[in-house]
Ligand binder design. Structure first.
Ligand SMILES: [Zn+2]
Length: 80
């Protein structure tokens, strides 16, 4: 009887694994789609908003969404 229960348990685990595995693989492939977002996303140093690298202004090695945010950030650097 003990062996039979082990076999049933193994069969159940196999069945659950068979059901769950496609869902796991499906979830992984949908999140890592390279065609969805080919552009590199960067964050504004001042406000933290994320935008494609090409739409951001690069100043002194940091990215800013506009010149105003660069100016504000620079002012803060002088204060400290
Ligand atoms: Zn900004």
């Amino acid at each position: 009887m003990g062996l039979f229960r082990v076999l049933v348990l193994v069969a159940l685990i196999w069945l659950v694994w068979r059901l769950i595995r496609p869902l796991l693989l499906k979830g992984r492939s949908s999140t890592a789609n390279p065609n969805d977002n080919p552009q590199k996303m960067v964050a504004c140093r001042w406000c933290g908003v994320h935008a494609p690298e090409t739409e951001m202004n690069q100043r002194q090695g940091y990215y800013f969404c506009d010149n105003e945010h660069h100016r504000l950030w620079q002012e803060k650097q002088h204060d400290e």
